[in-house]
Write a protein that binds this ligand. Structure first.
Ligand code: ATP
Ligand code: MG
Length: 342
């Protein structure tokens, strides 16, 4: 079979499940902005259908979706250069997800560590949606025939599943229809850890607000959270090797490196030997300098809600010009009777 050449296309998204935080920014958003205006067509999504895999207060969900859009734009995504969409406004995502529910195998899904982490001890009481989540994520990506997906390290396993789904679909139907997507996991902070527990990733859904730096936190709050961040009593090492078995120290150094666009070695050459009492205020100043302008812009955009809604409506129209033909071809491949009007 000849290899199909796919248009270089980037898709990624975040959930309106709480506040956008520093991990989302360094692990995902910043790379999304870098890929915008390059050789790729870029599509970025607010994945509200993923957010409801755990219960969300309706008013808060609506607010969080608009705030996420404001966060995307304030971080540098341009609605002219990228297609910005709200997942539920592009129905082909959920339609293709059903097809993929019939491609993915139970055994594949049962291996997903995110489900195990999020379902916790009471997996029997988790929603079916939380279990099926990775099949919807595969559909989010493949309904655009996206070739590259920039994400944080925690999404690696879901992207492997996306590749498995594409390969199995192509194999089962004897086609070369879905691309085998490349994950893009880049930067000095692909897995930012909780400020309270160096073994857990920083997350929107962590009940402790002190565990994360929110993109909307003011300067005092950021400084306070960093001052209270868990650390060990030792001074900072002068080489990266000295961070082995010191997860909290490593996390703060990684954050500093990512925010200042330096390598960990460069940072340690500057701060090696310092105590946290000295390093933490340096990190707080840097974080405030980088994040405060984004927070200010987010707040301004949130006062222009009709403009946000207009951007999302326009985004969904542009998106559906891509997704509707791909869904139609998928239905055709699997043997659905074609609709009269195309
Ligand atoms: P939730 O806790 O509700 O799952 P989240 O904080 O994990 O929220 P998501 O919306 O699931 O955020 O993820 C959006 C993007 O941010 C994904 O690409 C994900 O890999 C990335 N990301 C999330 N948390 C981190 C983190 N701590 N470090 C680096 N990247 C992250
Ligand atoms: Mg997540």
């Amino acid at each position: 079979m000849t290899e199909t050449t796919f248009t270089p296309r980037v898709f990624s998204g975040a959930q309106p499940s709480g506040n956008l935080h520093l991990g989302n920014y360094l692990g995902a958003l910043r790379n999304w902005v870098r890929m915008q205006g390059s050789e790729f067509e870029t599509i970025y999504c607010m994945v509200d259908l993923h957010a409801i895999t755990v219960w969300q207060d309706p008013a808060e969900l609506r607010h969080a979706t608009r705030e996420l859009c404001a966060g995307y734009i304030a971080s540098g995504l341009d609605p002219e250069k990228s297609i910005l969409i709200n997942q539920s406004q592009v129905p082909e995502h959920a339609q293709l997800a059903w097809v993929f529910n019939c491609i993915a195998r139970m055994g594949w899904m049962q291996r997903m560590t995110q489900f195990k982490d999020k379902a916790g001890k009471n997996a029997q009481n988790a929603s079916l949606g939380l279990f099926a989540y990775p099949a919807l994520m595969a559909a989010d990506i493949l309904v655009y025939h996206a070739t590259h997906v920039p994400v944080g390290e925690d999404q690696k396993q879901h992207l492997e599943l996306t590749r498995d789904i594409a390969i199995k679909f192509n194999h089962d139907y004897g086609v070369d229809f879905f691309p085998v997507t490349e994950p893009v996991i880049e930067g000095a902070a692909t897995r930012v850890m909780s400020l309270r527990d160096g073994s857990k990733k920083m997350s929107k859904s962590d009940p402790s607000d002190a565990s994360r730096i929110n993109m909307t936190d003011d300067a005092d709050t950021i400084a306070k959270k960093i001052r209270k961040a868990k650390t060990d009593p030792d001074a900072l090492p002068s080489e990266a090797k000295g961070l082995d078995d010191r997860p909290e120290a490593r996390n703060l150094v990684d954050i500093y490196a990512a925010l200042s666009d330096q390598s960990v070695d460069q940072v340690l050459a500057e701060v090696g030997g310092k105590q946290f009492g000295e390093f933490k205020p340096m990190l707080a100043d840097l974080a405030v300098a980088k994040l405060a302008p984004i927070a200010t812009e987010m707040a301004r955009l949130m006062n222009e809600q009709t403009e946000i809604d207009r951007i999302l409506t326009r985004g969904s129209e542009r998106a559906r010009a891509i997704t509707a033909p791909i869904l139609r071809q998928t239905y055709d491949i699997i043997g659905m009777v074609p609709p009269v009007t195309l």
